[in-house]
Design a protein around this ligand. Structure first.
Ligand SMILES: *[C@@H]1O[C@H](CO)[C@@H](O)[C@H](O)[C@H]1NC(C)=O
Ligand SMILES: *[C@@H]1O[C@H](CO)[C@@H](O)[C@H](O)[C@H]1NC(C)=O
Ligand SMILES: *[C@@H]1O[C@H](CO)[C@@H](O)[C@H](O)[C@H]1NC(C)=O
Ligand SMILES: *[C@@H]1O[C@H](CO)[C@@H](O)[C@H](O)[C@H]1NC(C)=O
Ligand SMILES: *[C@@H]1O[C@H](CO)[C@@H](O)[C@H](O)[C@H]1NC(C)=O
Ligand SMILES: *[C@@H]1O[C@H](CO)[C@@H](O)[C@H](O)[C@H]1NC(C)=O
Length: 296
């Protein structure tokens, strides 16, 4: 009887509680993401279903969703997709080194895809497209490192919360302008950062900013996938000449395990665009960069 009474109570309460929005269909978002990646190979971009108000943003600028990179008939050598069923979005990261004729066509691309919760129509693709000349760019090397990593699904009993994922990513991206942020990052051991094509090995602390008074990493857009312990953040690295940037984090058991960065800034831009700081003990002086100070 008690159960009955409780049940009736809960039902009555339910009428006044906000309805929890249904999650978006993971299978659909995943298959859409795969179709999207395929358009870079088969050029069938016109076939990709989109909402009437669809917008394509590339490196933080609204632009045409046709031509250019979509006509290159790339060979996708490696790809990875995460899905955010709550936000009805996905994030794909993929790597190419050549096109279908075998000519060099090096790209590392990260795209967030956003769908309407109702009809799942796609209204935004927000891409960071890096190629030769981008920060620490070498897609052959990025491919070598990425293929060695393990971003498989996390066991159901070991899932980290969406909040934990977001706190970790935000703390990391706050390090440039917040001195306390470094202690709020749940550093894993090991943890490996793939910054462009440069691998930090077993520590993600390599080259983190020591100057915490820089311009912030702003305009952050998130895609969070609890099942894969992953969070994608696209943002603007204001301290790096407003560079469009993608950071993706993988968390295992509450600690960061992997970080991937794609940054649209000229490698070595300090030498070109700013007076170089005074060299220290034979090394070129360096300052906080895309994720860090890996490059002089
Ligand atoms: C989810 O999407 C897949 C692929 O489009 C479809 O086959 C499946 O029926 C959908 N599931 C639901 C519950 O709508
Ligand atoms: C496009 O329309 C959808 C609803 O269909 C809405 O959720 C979304 O915010 C709109 N997108 C833009 C970029 O205006
Ligand atoms: C990119 O890395 C590959 C593999 O390490 C190397 O063979 C190649 O010379 C590099 N390319 C450039 C342009 O540095
Ligand atoms: C990959 O990681 C998962 C979860 O962290 C682990 O269960 C699995 O054994 C790993 N696979 C390999 C091939 O290392
Ligand atoms: C700096 O980071 C710490 C740790 O994440 C946080 O508690 C604090 O609110 C941040 N300060 C500002 C001004 O954002
Ligand atoms: C990036 O895009 C946002 C939204 O359109 C805009 O407000 C911002 O000024 C852009 N930032 C840069 C550095 O282009």
């Amino acid at each position: 009887m008690h159960y009955r009474v409780l049940g009736a109570c809960a039902a009555a309460l339910g009428a006044f509680l906000p309805v929890v929005a249904a999650e978006c269909n993971r299978t659909y978002l995943e298959s859409y993401a795969n179709d999207y990646i395929s358009t870079y190979e088969n050029g069938k971009i016109a076939d990709l279903k989109r909402a009437e108000n669809f917008t394509y943003v590339e490196n933080n600028k609204t632009t045409e969703f046709s031509g250019g990179i979509f006509d290159k008939s790339l060979v996708v050598a490696w790809k990875k997709t995460i899905v955010d069923p709550v936000e009805c979005a996905s994030f794909v990261e993929f790597i190419t080194t050549k096109d279908s004729k075998g000519a060099a066509a090096p790209y590392v691309i990260g795209s967030q895809i956003r769908h309407s919760p109702g009809d799942l129509s796609t209204y935004l693709i927000d891409s960071i497209v890096s190629t030769t000349g981008s920060w620490l760019f070498n897609s052959t090397k990025t491919l070598e490192y990425a293929t060695q990593e393990n971003w498989t699904r996390i066991d159901d009993d070991k899932l980290d919360s969406r909040e934990a994922l977001k706190l970790a990513a935000d703390a990391y991206l706050d390090m440039w302008n917040n001195k306390s942020a470094v202690d709020a990052v749940p550093w894993g051991n090991p943890c490996s950062r793939l910054e462009g094509s440069v691998y930090t090995g077993t520590s993600c602390k390599v080259g983190i900013p020591t100057n915490n008074n820089q311009a912030p990493n702003s305009h952050r857009r998130y895609v969070i996938d609890q099942a894969y312990g992953s969070i994608s953040v696209l943002c603007i690295f204001e301290h790096l000449s407003n560079a469009p940037d993608s950071h993706e984090f993988r968390m295992e058991n509450g600690k960061l395990r992997y970080i991937h960065t794609i940054t649209i800034a000229k490698s070595g831009f300090l030498e070109v665009e700013e007076p170089a700081p005074v060299p220290v003990a034979g090394r070129r002086a360096r300052r906080g960069g895309a994720s860090s100070r890996l490059l002089g």
